[in-house]
Each structure stands twice: as C-alpha cells, then as structure tokens.
Design a protein around this ligand. Structure first.
Ligand code: G16
Length: 537
C-alpha cells in the first residue's frame, strides 16, 4: 500500500557540479533524503514500470538511504530496481548498468573523493537513461521541485537483504540484487587486450583507498590480469574510508607516491577515489598530471582493441590543460572545451562527436559509459605499456618531445568564507574588460573572459563557468569556485604554461611567475587572507 508522508521543503537542495553533496548530519534531518529523492522522481517522466539502478560507494549512510530509496521508488511506480550487492556500485559501473539494462536512470549515492563517516560527507546524484549525470535542465527541475515539495511517497514494509543475489518484491516492484563487478569487468575485457597485458609481466601497485574500486580492482587486476596478490592495496570498501580522504592526488595518496618514487618502485602505480571514477597515474619515478594523462591516452588509444579504429574527437573541461588539443590537432579530429562537470560531455558522446574525455580533476573516460572511469584509465595505460614495451616515463618524454609540454598545477584554497570567495570572483569579473594589455612582471594579459559554453548538440548555453586570463605566449590562469564542496567555498586556481622545447624543467619553477600574477590579478591574499594554497595538485 502506498503511503503519503507530509513534508516541507528544505531550501538548500540545489545540486552542485555532481549532484547534492552535504554533511551526513544534514542528510540525517527528518525527510531530507526523502524530499530530494521524491523531487527527483517528481521531476522525471515515464516511471511507470521502468527500471531504476541504485548503488553507492559504501560510505556511511549508504545502506540506510538505499533502503529508503527502494521504498520510494516502489511507491512512485517503478517496475524494477537493480541494486549492487551490499549496496555497492562504482559510479562507472552504475553508468554501465543503466545502459546495459535500458534503465530509465539511476541514483548514485556518493560524495566522491570527499571523506565519509558520521561527521563527513554524503551525496545523491541522479543519472539519466544514457548513463550520465543529469543535464542542467533536469537538475534545475529537481531543484525547483525541492522548493515546493509537500509530500513524499513510500510503501509499507521493512528493509530488504542487500547482500544476497536474486530478486525480492517490494510493493508491486521487483528488486534485483546484482553482482556489482561482473558486468563492468566483462565490459573492460571488450575494450582492452587482457592477454597482452598479462603477457607483459608488468608489476603494479594500485591504491583503492578503502573505497569502492577495491572489489573491481581485485577481480580485474589480480584475478583476471594475473597481477600478484597484494597489488591492490586498501582493497576493502569501508564506510569511513579508514578515516582518510579517498582522493587520488599527491596529498591523499602520498604513500603510493612515495612507493613509486622509491628504489623498489613497480612499473606502474595508480589509485582511484571514493566512487571509482577518478584516477591517479604514477609511473616508476614519473607522476603524470591528469591533463597530460588525457593527452597521452588519446595519442595512444589506438593501441587498445576498443579504440583501434581511432577517435572521433577529444573533449576536455575548460580548466584542463590544452595538451589534449594538440593531440586532436595532430590526429585531425575536433577538440571540445566544456565547463567543469562530466555532465557536459554526455551530449558530445551521445552525438558521436567525441570518443575520449578528460578533466584536470583526475577524471578520464570514453564513450563506453557516460561517467569518468578510474579503472578504465588504468587499464588503457596498462594496455599502452604492454603494446609499446615502454615505461610511463618514456611515454611521457616521447609525448612532450612530439607535442611540447603544458606545465600545469592547480592550487586549492579550501574552506574560504563564501562571502569572501564570492567577493573575489565578483571583483575579478568586474575588472575583466580592463585587464587586456596589463603587464604583470614579465607577463602581459592578452585576453580575459568568463567562460560560456555553447553546446554544439542542443544549442544550450552555460555561462559564468570560470574566469580565464590568457597571457601573451600562451600561459594561462583560470579562477573558479568548486561546485562539490560541503563547507564554505573552495577557490580553485589553475595554472598553465606551454613550452615547445623546454620539456624537462621543474613544474613549480616554470609556474612561479604565473602564481605571482594570479595573486596580483585576483587579490587572493587580500580577499581570502590566505598566503598559501591548502592543496597543490
Ligand atoms: C565532480 C565532477 C567533475 C568535476 C569535479 C570537480 O567529480 O563530476 O566533472 O571536475 O567534480 O568539480 P569542482 O571543481 O566543481 O569541485 P567527482 O569525482 O567529485 O564526482
């Protein structure tokens, strides 16, 4: 029997860069998760008898919200819900399942790389039928509904067993508990030459960061590709990620970095994040920035069976370095520049205009799903290493020798008071027209604008996506506020300098004058009171 529960709106349920992310305690307020899930269902059509995928990264609150979501889905007319065993599904595996089973969409429960636990973060994201994050017109409709919602629907009944494969009935709806790994692993076998990787005899360290990729990496890397037991570290998903940030960068995956720079480093090192869509790539003695990784993967993708016929196009988010554009130019294929947020790649992938996409925020992926995919990037790297017989370092050096090098870094100022961060951006935006021609040290500003994206597939326009300051000679600094944080504001400053021939310099030294110019042009110290970034990646 369907029950109607009266409720009142919360005013803070606007989805950010990637769904609704808040502190666990916020989600634990009465009706909070229920309101948002019901708003999702109120905002979408064709639910009757449709299939819905539900899964999450296993963080604190995952199981509880899944049980609630199943009952709300049953009351809203869905015919079937697919749930990963244990409530687990990596974000790319959820995307694949939506596509494979022709689901109407999916609820992906994660706050990605943010920490988990009772005092940490939780999130809910809705993905549409192509497997990708809901586009802005859908998230806008969901948000509008959260502001007027006055009830949510549920069915009688208790929690179901999430840990046993098979089917159970909730209301009139079937719930199917599926193996979270099997379909995804099978997809990877179609894209990459597993036999060649196995035969290459490479050694590897993979840090699953006590998050969702543990079971996937253990099955694919150790069981199917024959990497030694223990290759996958921190392979058991924990509700609090062992108390760490499951963020695969040089700060939070520092132990892996130390291993890879040490005397006994294996050939290849990698890590993924809370929900399995990000990746960190480190060869023996060689860290590869996400922007470079995108370019190198695109340049070599034809070595993997899934991409043997070449790429249709390459897409990157605006703050990502232009290294991939150079590869696209050489390949004679289009390069696209989108706003930050994987959702902006979906239309290009659906239209067959791009095959590989990537972001500076450690995300790379292809048209095999509609999310970025951490293990996919790892496997493509392994396939390239196996096919070429070269090291990561050699591939990187060869790449820079061919294309030149985009020195790149991102400086994050976290937990800045929102008013101060907003003031910095408003101040900067107000001065954009006056900036061209301004000299700062040896740099001269050539152009300054606020990035707006015109989607070539549907004509939609997304404005105010980040301030770009371009210097004469091709160096660049970009300023934007993160859309994924849960407390205060995070100012991201993206720094880039292109060198055609000087490919072996220190990144910090190469970017020093741009760092100084960034502060001068935006008044970072003046506005935020911070003299140093919290995280440099
Ligand atoms: C999400 C989005 C990415 C975006 C990243 C950082 O990743 O899916 O497209 O690049 O956030 O966004 P921001 O700079 O606004 O914090 P994830 O891995 O957190 O889902």
């Amino acid at each position: 029997m369907i029950r109607t529960i009266e409720s009142t709106p919360y005013t803070d349920q606007k989805p950010g860069t990637s769904g609704l992310r808040k502190k666990v305690r916020v989600f634990q307020q009465p009706n909070y998760a229920e309101n948002f899930i019901q708003s999702v269902f109120d905002a979408i059509a064709d639910k009757d008898g449709a299939t819905l995928v539900i899964g999450g990264d296993g963080r604190f609150l995952n199981r509880e919200v899944i049980q609630v979501a199943i009952r709300i889905a049953a009351a809203n007319g869905f015919g079937r819900v697919l749930v990963g065993r244990g409530g687990l599904l990596s974000t790319p595996a959820a995307s694949h399942l939506i596509r494979k089973r022709s689901a109407l969409g999916g609820l992906v429960l994660s706050a990605s790389h943010n920490p988990g636990g009772p005092d940490e973060d939780f999130g809910i994201k809705y993905n549409v039928a192509n497997g990708g994050p809901a586009p802005e017109k859908v998230t806008d409709a969901i948000h509008a509904r959260t502001l007027t919602i006055d009830r949510w629907l549920t069915v009688e009944g208790g929690d179901i067993d999430l840990d046993t494969l098979g089917e159970v009935t909730v209301g009139d709806m079937t719930v199917e508990i599926v193996d979270p790994v099997a379909d995804y692993a099978a997809l990877m076998e179609t894209l990459f030459d597993f036999a060649a990787i196995r035969a290459a005899g490479l050694t590897m360290a993979f840090d699953a960061m006590s998050a969702i990729t543990g079971p996937y990496a253990t099955e694919i890397l150790e069981n199917r590709l024959g990497f030694a037991p223990g290759t996958v570290r921190n392979g058991t998903p924990l509700p609090d990620f062992g108390g760490h940030h499951p963020d695969p960068n040089l700060v939070h995956a520092h132990a892996l970095y130390e291993t890879m720079m040490g005397p006994d480093a294996p050939d290849f090192g990698a890590a993924s994040d809370g929900d399995g869509d990000r990746n960190l790539i480190i060869g023996r003695g060689r860290f590869v920035t996400p922007s470079d990784s995108l370019a190198m993967l695109a340049a070599n993708a034809h070595l993997a069976p899934g991409y043997r016929d070449g790429l249709k196009g390459i897409a990157r988010s605006m703050p990502t370095s232009a290294a991939a554009d150079r590869v696209a130019a050489k390949l004679g294929i289009p390069a696209f520049e989108t706003p930050t947020g994987w959702k902006f790649f979906g239309n290009l992938l659906d239209a067959g205009m791009a095959t590989i996409c990537g972001e500076e925020s450690a995300g790379t992926g292809s048209d095999h799903v509609r999310e970025k995919d951490g293990l996919w990037a790892v496997l493509l790297w392994l396939n390239i290493l196996a096919a070429t017989g070269k090291s990561v370092d050699a591939i990187a050096r060869d790449h820079w020798a061919t294309y030149g090098r985009n020195y790149y870094a991102r400086h994050d100022y976290e937990g800045v008071e929102s008013e101060r961060a907003d003031a910095l951006m408003a101040d900067l935006r107000g001065r954009l027209a006056m900036l061209p021609g301004t000299a700062i040290g040896d740099l001269t500003i050539e152009t300054a604008d606020d990035f707006a994206y015109h989607d070539p597939t549907d004509g939609s326009v997304s404005r105010n996506q980040g301030v770009r300051i371009l210097f004469a000679g091709g160096s660049r600094v970009v300023f934007r506020l993160s859309g994924t944080g849960t407390s205060g504001a995070t100012l991201r400053v993206y720094l880039e300098r292109y060198e055609a021939a000087r490919i072996d310099e220190d990144t910090g030294a190469m970017l020093a004058d741009i760092v100084a110019a960034a502060d001068e042009v935006a008044g970072i110290v003046r506005h935020t009171g911070r003299t140093e970034p919290d995280v440099v990646t």
